[in-house]
Design a protein around this ligand. Structure first.
Ligand code: ATR
Length: 283
């Protein structure tokens, strides 16, 4: 049976999701198609209703609708509820169910690099926005005991921790304070957009005090190697860019829609080729 999948957001013109999913459908000889729809804020409700009326089997949600879309779905998965955002919607028995695969996508990229001792690691996360919420919630729920936060605004970081309601003692630093403490962490993650193209000269936090072999992860994949990751490499840290997270969140959505595990290696190659063919993530 032919099926249609999609992406809603605004803008969506530069999204790599259509390329990645359509290639995977083709490889698996599935008669499915994925299309990116740019939706205006005031038409979001109509857009979701229209997708349902047309029988669209599932869709991704991107900026700026990951939170607002929740108002128009029939059901929200428990973890997505705690995260407070949805990036994947699945048509289940005629109902649209919202999930979040961003946090799990990031967690899997970290797990692949760090291995099963991940729960014993001390994590410092920079940022307290939507992406931070998904990552913080997932890391804590997968058993990592120390996930501290450095953020520009203290209030937003406090809100994040309160919202996620967990038993962890999370220390919250200002960005300035955090610089003095980076040496205490095994994993440092940037969840902000600082350093993303076109403002590539910016860095979220100085790594001057970070120890060697710290895993330094940036969720940005454009550029593939941010200035911050370059500095991390120079310090002898282990860099991780945003490509694996992007691939994993997409692959997890694909699995929810099709019940088939796509070839993540191929997905990565398709995306990397589009981003300039850099195999920096293949460490
Ligand atoms: P997203 O949903 O993509 O995570 P967001 O909700 O706007 O985006 O959150 C952006 C995060 O990046 C926030 O933590 C923000 O800090 P504040 O909470 O203090 O606003 C952080 N951020 C964005 N621009 C920044 C900058 N120039 N310097 C430091 N932090 C920045």
């Amino acid at each position: 049976m032919n099926k249609l999948f999609g992406l809603i957001g605004n803008p969506v013109g530069h999204s790599l999701s259509p390329l990645m999913h359509n290639d995977a459908f083709k490889m698996l000889q599935l008669p499915y198609y994925y299309h990116a729809f740019a939706v205006e804020q005031e038409r979001l409700k109509d857009a979701v209703a229209g997708m349902k009326a047309l029988g669209i089997s599932g869709f991704n949600v991107t900026i700026p609708y990951k939170v607002d879309v929740m108002n128009y779905l029939d059901k929200i998965d428990e973890e997505a509820k705690i995260i407070g955002a949805v990036n994947t919607v699945v048509l289940e028995d005629g109902h649209y169910v919202g999930y979040n695969t961003d946090g799990q996508g990031f967690y899997e990229s970290l797990l692949e690099l760090v291995g099963p001792t991940i729960t014993e690691k001390k994590v410092l996360m920079i940022g307290a926005g939507g992406a931070a919420r998904a990552i913080y919630t997932t890391l804590v729920r997968r058993g990592i005991n120390v996930v501290d936060i450095a953020n520009r605004s203290n209030e937003r970081a406090n809100e994040l921790v309160l919202h996620c309601q967990n038993n962890n003692e999370t220390t919250i630093y200002s960005l300035k304070e955090a610089v003095q403490h980076t040496g205490e962490y095994d994993i440092i993650i940037n969840t902000t957009s600082v350093g993303m193209s076109p403002a590539t000269a910016e860095m979220p936090l100085s790594l001057e005090n970070a120890k060697e072999q710290t895993v330094v992860a940036d969720i940005i994949y454009n550029p593939l190697k941010t200035k911050w990751l370059q500095e991390a490499e120079q310090k002898g840290a282990i860099p991780l860019n945003g490509v694996p997270m992007f691939i994993n969140q997409g692959a997890l959505a694909f699995e929810k829609w099709t019940y088939i595990k796509p070839d993540r290696e191929r997905m990565k190659n398709v995306v990397l080729e589009q981003l300039g063919g850099n195999d920096y993530v293949n460490r």
